[in-house]
Ligand binder design. Structure first.
Ligand code: 5AD
Ligand code: SF4
Length: 442
């Protein structure tokens, strides 16, 4: 038997990218490559990249320089750049980073074996064609580095919202939804194999619409009905598509997790307009009120951008005021980073000084830290069903898992193991974690 060749794959960016890397792992496994976590033994290195902020791209460029050292030691080694940076920069990336052999955009992974053949023949290979219908629906992802308990299922690809700051519509192309049957089958097979949680993924999941007329609430209903012991999550939603119908489906299924990520980006109407978010502050707050109405225990998290073009101090204060008003449980917070060729880059000046962006971001982070802590303190004394996931990082005697609200809960393991549902009463907290004790027979 000949030994299989080894693929090392490193992934940056969103969960969608991690899910794509599992698809790539599967395509390569069908072509005699097995994945390895040891870069030194790789015959092929792939880096699945993100373009969302300049910093993300700079990190990849630094990594590519490091990969080049391996190539010097092992001349046959092939280096491929996958994902959003490949799509954004195309041939330019080969000119700028000479060590790169293969460039593949997010819709061209089925072409990888052919591209590798070209690269093995000593030529540069590239495919960055975006597709109107590729969903990789028939590919069974190789679940690398999986804990065997929670898994991602990609349900739609692409984005057509064209938020003015965002590169995604250009790197991931048109929206398209995967056939619902293949999604339900994948979720069922994961459950049968011991998984207890699936996260339905897409750049904009709630604009899911299958050819068969099933929309996102309809799909959630199908997946949540597989088994009450299978938790269902989803990411990410655009506020414009968060319908009451979805909230009603969530309310009807206790196994759909009480956690909604609803990126607001800014609390100022003027900024939201320039961002092309297509909603106002009031309209967004109306969606928050609807969540609180249908799902009183639902955690709400968000994304915020500090220092967007022409953001005034007043705009910034409006964002902070909205954060307090909503009382977010968690937030991802960023400094605005201009991306070439986006609507904002063409239309508006990136005119907030770096120092001001940094200061505003710090203020937002400090406020969120306070809000997260407050939210966690309010949980002390409550009992949650926790899906145990792993041994706690701090102690082998403790397990860590998450409650329905997606908060990390740590507790003494007793007889429990990862994959178990455990009733835990919260006794203390930090801004990031809840700690509790197991309560039996609830
Ligand atoms: N600069 C800073 N943050 C950005 N995001 C998207 N584009 C940019 C950008 N150009 C943030 C948004 C989005 C999250 C995934 O990344 O908050 O919701
Ligand atoms: Fe990064 Fe966006 Fe591409 Fe995900 S879709 S990898 S966040 S640029």
């Amino acid at each position: 038997m000949t030994e299989k060749k080894k693929l090392y794959i490193e992934t940056y960016g969103c969960q969608m990218n991690f899910s794509d890397s599992q698809i790539v792992g599967s395509i390569m496994a069908d072509h005699e490559f097995e994945t390895t976590s040891e870069i030194a033994e790789a015959d092929l290195i792939f880096v699945n990249t993100c373009s969302i902020r300049d910093h993300a791209e700079q990190r990849v460029r630094a990594r590519l320089k490091e990969f080049n050292r391996y190539k010097k030691k092992k001349p046959g080694l092939i280096i491929g750049v996958l994902g959003c940076m490949a799509e954004r920069l195309k041939e330019q990336l080969i000119e700028e980073e000479k060590m790169v052999d293969v460039i593949v955009g997010p819709d061209a992974y089925r072409d990888l074996p052919r591209l590798l053949n070209i690269a093995e023949g000593g030529q540069k290979a590239i495919n960055v064609i975006l597709s109107a219908d590729e969903t990789y629906a028939d590919i069974d992802p190789v679940r690398m580095e999986s804990n065997g308990i929670s898994a991602f299922i990609s349900i739609m690809r692409g984005c057509e919202n064209f938020c003015s700051y965002c590169v995604v519509p250009y790197t991931r192309g048109k929206e398209r939804s995967r056939d619902p049957e293949t999604i339900v089958n994948e979720a069922r097979s994961l459950f049968e194999n011991g998984y207890r949680e699936v996260t339905l993924l897409g750049q904009n999941v709630n604009s899911y619409k299958s050819d068969k007329g099933i929309d996102f609430p309809g799909l959630m209903n199908l997946v949540a009905s597989i088994d009450p012991a299978l938790r269902v999550r989803f990411a990410t939603s655009h506020p414009k598509d968060l319908s009451d119908e979805l909230l009603k489906v969530m309310a009807a299924h206790p196994n759909i997790c009480r956690s909604i990520h609803l990126p607001v980006q800014s609390g100022s109407d003027a900024v939201l307009k320039r961002m092309n978010r297509k909603y106002t502050r009031d309209w967004y707050l109306g969606r928050i009120a609807a969540i609180k109405h249908y799902l009183p225990n639902c955690a709400i998290s968000t994304d915020i951008i500090a220092g967007f073009c022409s953001e005034t101090e007043e705009d910034h204060l409006e964002t902070m005021q909205l954060m307090e008003q909503v009382g977010y449980d968690y937030a991802f917070m960023f400094k605005y980073s201009e991306r070439p060729d986006t609507l904002a880059a063409k239309k508006y000046e990136d005119n907030i000084p770096e120092e001001t962006k940094g200061r505003r971001l710090q203020e937002i982070i400090a406020l969120q830290q306070k809000l997260s802590h407050k939210s966690n303190k309010a949980d002390i004394g409550k009992t949650f069903e926790v899906l145990a996931e792993s041994t706690s990082r701090k102690s082998a005697n403790e397990l860590a898992g998450r409650n329905s609200q997606n908060k990390v809960v740590v507790f003494e393991r007793g007889e429990y193991k990862p994959g178990d549902y455990v009733q835990v009463k919260i006794t203390s907290c930090t801004p990031a974690t809840l700690k509790g004790v197991v309560v039996e027979g609830v």
